[in-house]
Ligand binder design. Structure first.
Ligand code: GDP
Length: 689
């Protein structure tokens, strides 16, 4: 058995993954011949299937690196294009179509390309061989095939017929051998005929005596000899149906033909004929050539490995890294940072977030229901049913007007959809924190992982959103009907609301200051006093939209803003004074101190909502997220996905690729060395013989 070739083909497929450099090329059999010499027919007879592109137009434009792999234990026959990742193709017509498409993809203008197509064929009937099919030499330049094409094809063939490759030179019997382009090309690179096998096709087209003479040709003596074949397949498609193996049909055909002529069949004919013999010869010659190139190839692998090892040491300090370990480490680190986050984002933080949100709502209600009133009666006031804010401290405790104000504000607060608002606030905060965690992790350079984490986050939050929101809304329901306040709560909220108003006052004063520095204090005072007069009815003749007294519309707008801020600040100061006063010290006077009462409500809403948010959203999220993360980025990813994930980061990609290269070279070298040991032991004389 030809063990060596099989093993070398294995090594070759490893080296192909490393990325072939010229030094790492293992010997192949290169098939050359002029157009119509019967080159395709010979290759198809070896493979046993019609699979090569056909047509009057020159169809082979790229080299086809054909690797035949004998699979004695499996009856199935199939092809694979390793570079295309199309998987197993069992229909040889499909292989033919793919090859045709790949060839036709070479632009007409380029004629030929030296980018090889790799095709592996697995079958129990093929020998282990590696063959390279090249575009056929053109004899006569046709009109549509320019002269330069001839030169291009010759150059491409020359590149491949260099040592250590074996040349399979195809010539047709019905063409004078002296005119064989294939033999002439071979002669140029292999002048002593040491690595060329001559194949003479179409033996059926010449007289057997002449056929015998051709095979014994002395003009072009070849050490490996000539083989005569008759490869015209009995039309496979019609007589056998597609996809049927034609090996037997061809050899039967050949046996009949050669058997009928003593010039070929006689034991002393001195010639070799038939595709079966050709196949054997190819296997034998390739095996021998492989054996001869063992040392050189092994040295080349050694050299490449040394370089890769050195680079790995210098660049990465020998730190091992695979796509899997990289992903696992990144996941681990991320989970760690997540855990850390969960310890710092709990009830107190949620409480603070939510209270802040409700504080804003309270301020809005206060502004729209209290602070938008004029300061006092002596300012213009056109709505008779409204009361100036200055009246509030002295309001009659039984005054319905102020009762209604507070009740309406309270009800607006409790009914604003606290469930949704609270759930949203927390969900948004979680999303933001997750984005931050991503941006601080190695995943920031990985769009795929980033998306997976965001999707995991959203999936859990979306799943919990409605039930959480409903639960919270249900639980705060009692507050829509009644709010009870104890002294402690009141005191706390009295402090809260003062702080809140102080903040607001500060913001107001800040804005006014900015306005002043923007347009100048003097100008602002002028335009503000003009706006005041406008309000009090002076300049009543001035219509909105006209420019007046040298004030442009934008300036007037600023003036109004200034007046608003000044009044708001005044009200806030007044209310702060009121909140500090004795009147606001007890909840009995809640109608006089709406700021405090609304804060009590906001506090109660917050506390209740937080309880449920914690259980329904936070804990659920914290429990489910790591699991969801494993689902999306853990064991469910295919090897290919893990690999493409890791390689998204160019630095990691380089590291992994170098390591892979090193490992592949190590593997190739190991196989190579054991192969060499095996060869050596074969050659060693057996003791006792
Ligand atoms: P290529 O252009 O060199 O690949 O040649 P093909 O294999 O396509 O063969 C060219 C023509 O020669 C086709 O019509 C084949 O059927 C025919 N042919 C190939 N081998 C033989 C043979 O051994 N005998 C005969 N009579 N015709 C053959």
């Amino acid at each position: 058995m030809m063990v060596l070739t099989k093993k070398m083909i294995e090594i070759r497929s490893i080296l192909q993954k490393v990325g072939q450099t010229a030094a790492l090329q293992l010997p192949s059999i290169v098939v050359i011949g002029s157009q119509s010499s019967g080159k395709s027919s010979v290759l198809e007879a070896i493979v046993g299937h019609e699979f090569l592109p056909k047509g009057s137009n020159m169809v082979t434009r790229r080299p086809i690196e054909l690797t035949l792999i004998n699979t004695p234990d499996s009856p199935s026959e199939y092809g694979e294009f390793p570079a295309l990742g199309l998987g197993r193709i069992t229909d040889f017509a499909q292989i033919q179509k793919t090859l045709t498409d790949l060839n036709l993809a070479v632009p007409e203008a380029d004629c030929v390309s030296d980018d090889p197509i790799q095709l592996n064929i697995y079958s129990p009937t093929v020998p282990d061989l590696s063959l390279i099919d090249l575009p056929g030499y053109i004899q006569i330049s046709a009109l549509d095939q320019p002269e330069e094409l001839k030169a291009k094809i010759a150059a491409l063939c020359d590149k491949y017929i260099q040592p250590p490759n074996v040349i399979l030179a195809i010539s047709a019997a019905d063409v004078d051998l002296a005119n064989s382009t294939a033999l002439r090309a071979s002669r140029r690179v292999d002048p002593r005929g040491e690595r060329t096998i001559g194949v003479i096709t179409k033996m059926d087209l010449v007289d057997p005596g002449r056929g015998n003479a051709i095979l014994k040709d002395r003009n072009y003596p070849l050490r490996l000899g000539y083989v005569g074949v008759v490869c015209r397949a009995p039309s496979a498609k019609f007589s056998f149906g597609r996809n049927v193996n034609i090996t037997n049909a061809i050899s039967k055909n050949e046996n009949t033909f050669f058997g009928a002529h003593p010039e070929f069949a006689a034991p002393d004919s001195g010639v070799t004929v038939g595709t079966t013999n050709l196949r054997k010869k190819l296997m034998f010659v390739l095996e021998q050539t492989m054996a001869q190139s063992l040392q050189a190839t092994s040295d080349a692998i050694h050299q490449e490995l040394e370089e890769a090892t050195y680079e790995f040491k210098v660049q990465y300090n020998d730190r091992p890294l695979t796509a899997e370990t990289y992903l696992a480490e990144s996941l681990d680190k991320f989970k760690h940072s997540f855990k850390d986050f969960t310890e710092h984002f709990g009830r107190p933080q949620v409480r603070q977030l939510l209270k802040h949100e409700l504080d804003q709502k309270v301020l809005d209600f206060l502004a729209s229901r209290y602070w938008n009133k004029p300061l006092s009666e002596d300012k213009p006031w056109d709505r008779q049913d409204e009361r100036p804010i200055s009246e509030l401290p002295n309001a009659d405790p039984e005054n319905l007007y102020w009762h209604r104000r507070l009740d309406a504000s309270t009800s607006a607060l409790t009914k604003l959809g606290v469930g949704r608002l609270a759930t949203n606030v927390v969900a948004n905060a979680l999303q933001q924190h997750m984005d931050r965690l991503i941006s601080e992790s190695t995943f920031r350079a990985h769009p795929f992982a980033k998306q997976a984490i965001q999707e995991a986050t959203n999936a859990i939050l979306n799943e919990r959103f409605y039930s959480t929101s409903d639960q919270v809304e249900n639980c705060i329901k009692p507050y829509k009907f009644e709010i009870e306040v104890d002294d402690r709560e009141w005191a706390q909220s009295r402090e809260n609301s003062q702080n809140s108003l102080k903040e607001e006052l500060k913001a107001c004063e800040e804005a006014l200051k900015n306005l002043k520095s923007n347009i100048g204090t003097k100008k602002l005072v002028q335009v503000m006093s003009f706006v005041d007069k406008l309000r009090q009815g002076e300049h009543a003749d001035m219509k909105e939209g006209t420019e007046a007294f040298g004030f442009s519309q934008p300036l007037l707008q600023k003036g109004r803003e200034g007046v608003f801020l000044r009044d708001r600040a005044e009200i806030l100061k007044m209310r702060l004074y009121a909140l500090k006063s004795k009147q606001c010290a007890t909840s009995a006077n809640k109608y006089h101190c709406p700021e405090i009462f609304l804060d009590v409500v906001a506090e109660k809403l917050t506390s209740t909502a937080v309880l449920f948010l914690n259980v329904e959203l936070l804990s659920e999220f914290y429990y489910n997220f790591p699991r969801e993360l494993d689902n999306r980025l853990g064991r469910h990813l295919s090897q290919q996905q893990v690999e493409s994930f890791a390689k998204e980061d160019p630095k990691i990609r380089k590291h992994i690729e170098l390591q892979q290269r090193k490992e592949l070279l190590e593997l190739a070298l190991e196989k190579m060395e054991s192969l060499m040991a095996l060869e050596k032991s074969k050659k060693a004389p057996v003791v006792g013989e």
